[in-house]
Write a protein that binds this ligand. Structure first.
Ligand code: S3P
Length: 450
């Protein structure tokens, strides 16, 4: 297990300074590979996230017969995918190991169900604890057969079918992974597959399906949700995809710049899909100075450069309806809240309990070990801010519980805290943000491996 220690900026320091780009968006990267594998001909992906989660999806798609290569001659993560067409996946010769990736596992379960082949899925100790019944239920309604470990968990054997029945499915939770698993299964079902989401959640699957030539319509539902309808069995056409910087990764340098006095950091090319960018609204409500520069649109996704300067924040009650659009950012927000003036109240986020770790429990445990007053709620957290540098009790080692975002949240915390913060299990950062420590060090942060 790798340990890293983040050290607070010295009082004489000038803060974090410079311009960086964060790695490509994880959600878009998984989807670009998957849709590329469903086209005959060559799809080219620029800026693919080369983190372990996405590489596990690439490996699984290779096992299904897709040809996926990194272009060594081109700078900046150019990947070429030669796929097999909708319904064209071949039986994999081995178990598919999705590592730590819930997105990879759930999206590919949808794909596996819609092919007349048998696939066996597994993952690491964290992924094997995560609920998969939420995708199994609709995929069984469509005609897929599943055998799962107790509690609907991995390992899972899927016996798929080329003759799935399209369904109308109302999501029980606002989850883009469930929505995407059903839509990907619907790609190889005759007729229209409809997903009704009670609250809008990230729509990269819909954008990319259209980009690759599928027919997808989105209508308002009577109760404020959305009906997403996909016409099955399209002929997808290979495309070029430009992956924007991941807003969920950008959240870490943004938080660091807000915490460390004197900081002035620009993060270029960040994807700002409105269903992903609610952390920025929340930080602005807390008093953060974040400006958008060079706003542009690329393949249906808004992108901008974000300039962030240090500033004292005040706690707020985060509006409940924002949760789906900042669901992965609550751990770093909880870390930041410890430096704000007054309490920050985060509710309506019970889904955080079934992420790579139980993120409500992990943040509450780590913050209170460091000396922060935290109240853990069944569906949220209340963090009492210190109106300045938050405490860092000596001798504490934060356990990241196999969760990359818990690891990065506490390292960022350490950059502004009263003393150094030691974090165990930092190898998990490679799942989503390869080069995290080096990028932060380049801005002037002190994060050291032990
Ligand atoms: C993701 C959806 C979200 C998010 C995850 C990525 C995706 O999960 O937390 O990191 O790419 O579809 P849920 O669908 O479980 O909300």
């Amino acid at each position: 297990m790798t340990h890293q220690t983040a050290h607070p900026a010295t009082p004489s320091g000038t803060g974090l300074y410079g311009s960086i780009a964060v790695p490509g968006d994880k959600s878009i990267s998984h989807r670009a590979l998957i849709l590329g594998a469903l086209c005959v001909g060559e799809t080219v992906v620029h800026g693919l996230l080369e983190g372990e989660d996405v590489l596990a999806t690439a490996q699984a798609l290779r096992a299904y017969g897709a040809d996926i290569q990194r272009s060594e001659s081109e700078a900046g993560g150019v990947w070429r995918i030669n796929g097999l067409g909708v319904g064209g996946l071949l039986a994999p010769g081995d178990v598919l190991d999705l590592g730590n990736s819930g997105t990879g596992a759930r999206l590919l379960l949808g794909l596996a169900a819609s092919h007349g082949i048998t696939s066996v899925f597994t993952g690491d100790a964290s992924l094997r604890q995560r609920p998969m019944q939420r995708v199994i239920t609709p995929l069984q309604q469509m005609g897929g057969q599943f055998e799962a470990a107790e509690g609907g968990r991995l390992p899972i054997t899927v016996v798929g079918s080329n003759r799935l029945t399209p369904i109308d499915y109302r999501l029980p939770v606002a989850s883009a992974q469930i929505k995407s698993a059903v839509l990907l299964a619907g790609l190889n079902a005759p007729g229209v597959t409809t997903v009704i989401e009670p609250r809008p959640c990230r729509d990269h699957t819909e954008h990319l399906l259209r980009h690759f030539g599928a027919q997808v319509t989105v209508d308002e539902d009577q109760d404020g949700g959305r009906r997403i309808a996909l016409t099955g069995q399209p002929e997808l056409r290979p495309q070029t995809v430009h992956v924007p910087g991941d807003p969920s990764s950008a959240a870490f340098p943004i938080a660091a710049a807000l915490l460390v006095p004197g900081s002035d950091v620009t993060i270029t090319g960040v994807g700002l899909n409105p269903l992903r960018a609610a952390l920025l609204d929340t930080l602005r409500d807390m008093g953060a100075q974040i400006t958008e520069q060079n706003r542009r649109q690329d393949q249906g996704e808004p992108i901008a450069d974000l300039r962030v300067r240090h500033g004292q924040l005040h706690g707020i009650e985060v509006p409940l309806e924002r949760a789906p659009a900042m669901i992965d950012e609550y751990p770093v927000l909880a870390a930041l809240a410890a430096f704000a003036k007054g309490p920050t109240v985060m509710r309506g986020i019970a889904e955080l309990r079934v992420k790579e770790s139980d993120r409500i429990a992990a943040m509450a445990k780590g913050l209170s070990a460091l000396g922060v007053a935290v109240e853990e709620l069944q569906d949220g957290l209340i963090v009492q801010g210190h109106d300045g540098p938050a405490p860092a009790k000596a001798g504490v080692s934060i356990d990241t519980e196999m969760d990359h975002r818990i690891a990065m949240s506490f390292l960022i915390y350490g950059l502004g805290a009263q003393g150094p913060v030691r974090v165990a299990g930092c190898e998990m950062i490679e799942t989503s943000f390869p080069g995290f420590a080096a990028l932060m060090t380049g801005l002037g942060a002190r994060i050291e491996p032990e």
